[in-house]
Design a binder for this molecule. Structure first.
Ligand code: NAD
Length: 419
């Protein structure tokens, strides 16, 4: 029997899914070994001048998994539990994700072991600039392009862009995506991941013959992905019955207005304690009566210990790797429809791709154009994955992996191995 420790290791679980898909694709042993290995793993010490006058040192990573289909692309995470296995797994998932939505990028990820909430703005800027300096030879618009992830935002991207540009001697906006609009960011990037999540939910409802938005939604995590998905779903008429963040969860079967929760969050720093809902334990978010469950926090949240309690018929993975393979088996046997992470949350990297294209062309699109192009890509990818799931008689996650990993293997074959 697999231990809890194995279930908690996102790298092992990502490798297990890769191995399973490579067997289905009948890839040769050499290709299998190649796809399992990240191309570059960089670990750096990030030393920061603190407000106290002393210095502190934090561990940072930048990992590129694959660059066969284009420059590496992936977010930067600031979180106390960041570790090399997590970043390796997230970099690999980025490779498959970019291939699933057909955008010309490989996969990477970075992170610093830090709780950003405990730093002042000045310390956060010092940390970001020093980290950028330490990884500067590895990143660049043609090499590896960071973006926001958990604990980072557009201001942090602006500091990365400035540090990189000052070292080059000229402005290089294309070194990051998710920048502020004033620095060449894209309209719609801030909400793109949440919007993409919603587009995949609408597609899943369509193929399931559900022509109504009179449905209940529960959501874990109310950051960039969760709050934007909640606002768009609310605007479309869905009922958000529960929300949670790291501090706690709130529930109201009559519906919660996410805009009002955001006002509350701005004042007190958490969704917990919002007056027009009842406070509930964080873990309860998974067992509530609802139609759609959106994990939008961190990995390994839906496990074999709670998978059986899920009542929602649809699970839309806003977060990366929120479901363990052990939980997958339970969910599938309970007839759940899972929209897997590498499809569901690909809206963020898709609009990052638009940002990169707009920056390269020095021609900027309207929000309407961004959202229409995003919808096009998300729907196309959803139906491609769904078609594979039907033709190969596999679940949606396996189908997404077959599409993404298959495309990367084809790119490796076509390019050949240098020298
Ligand atoms: P964020 O930092 O903006 O928000 C994270 C949210 O999760 C916060 O509300 C936090 O309080 C909450 N949270 C953390 N631990 C929790 C717990 N144990 N229980 C409940 N809530 C908890 O991060 P984000 O950018 O919204 O990213 C969320 C997820 O989506 C991550 O898995 C990330 O990799 C993934 N993702 C993000 C993007 C993006 O564009 N930001 C794109 C693709 C995927």
């Amino acid at each position: 029997m697999e231990s809890i420790a194995t279930e908690n290791n996102v790298w092992q679980m990502t490798l297990a899914r890769l191995d399973e898909t490579m067997s289905l694709l009948d890839l040769k042993p050499g290709m299998r070994k190649y796809l399992r290995e990240p191309r570059k793993v960089l670990e750096v010490a990030v030393t920061v001048k603190m407000d106290s006058g002393d210095i502190d040192t934090f561990k940072g990573f930048r990992i590129q998994h694959n660059t066969n289909r284009g420059p590496a692309k992936g977010g930067i995470r600031y979180h106390p539990e960041v570790n090399v296995d997590e970043i390796k797994a997230l970099a690999m998932l980025m490779t498959w994700k970019c291939a699933v939505v057909g955008i010309p990028f490989g996969g990477s990820k970075g992170g610093i072991v830090v709780d950003p909430k405990k730093l002042s703005t000045r310390e956060l800027e010092n940390l970001t600039r020093r980290y950028t300096f330490e990884i500067i030879d590895s990143i660049g618009p043609e090499k590896d392009i960071p973006a926001p992830d958990v604990g980072t935002n557009s201001q942090i991207m602006a500091w990365i862009m400035d540090t990189y540009s000052m070292n080059k001697g000229y402005a290089v906006p294309g070194v990051v995506t998710g920048k502020p609009i004033a620095l060449g960011g894209s309209q719609g990037r801030e909400e793109a991941t949440g919007r993409g999540v919603v587009y995949t939910i609408l597609s899943a409802l369509k193929i399931s013959g559900i022509d109504s938005t009179d449905l209940k939604v529960a959501m874990q995590g109310f950051g960039n992905v969760g709050s934007n998905a909640a606002k768009i779903l609310h605007d479309l008429g869905f009922k958000i019955v529960a929300l949670s963040d790291v501090e706690g969860a709130i529930y109201n079967p009559k519906g919660i207005d996410p805009y009002k929760v955001l006002d509350h969050l701005k004042k007190v720093g958490t969704v917990y304690g919002y007056r027009e809902a009842q406070n509930i334990a964080r873990e309860k978010i998974f067992s509530l009566n609802c139609d759609i469950l959106i994990p939008a926090a961190l990995e390994n949240q839906i496990k074999k210990t709670n998978a059986d309690k899920i009542k929602a018929r649809f699970i839309a993975e806003g977060a990366n790797a929120p479901t363990t393979p052990q939980a997958d088996k339970i969910l599938i046997s309970n007839g759940k429809f899972i929209i897997p992470d590498i499809l569901c949350n690909a809206g963020g990297v898709t609009v990052s791709y638009f940002e990169w294209v707009q920056g390269n062309d020095a021609y900027f699109w309207s929000k309407r154009k961004v959202n229409l192009a995003l919808r096009d890509i998300m729907e196309k990818a959803f139906y491609e994955v769904y078609k594979i799931s039907k033709s190969r008689k596999v679940d949606m996650r396996t189908a997404a992996n077959l599409l993404g990993i298959g495309r990367v293997a084809e790119a490796v074959r076509l390019r050949g191995i240098y020298p």
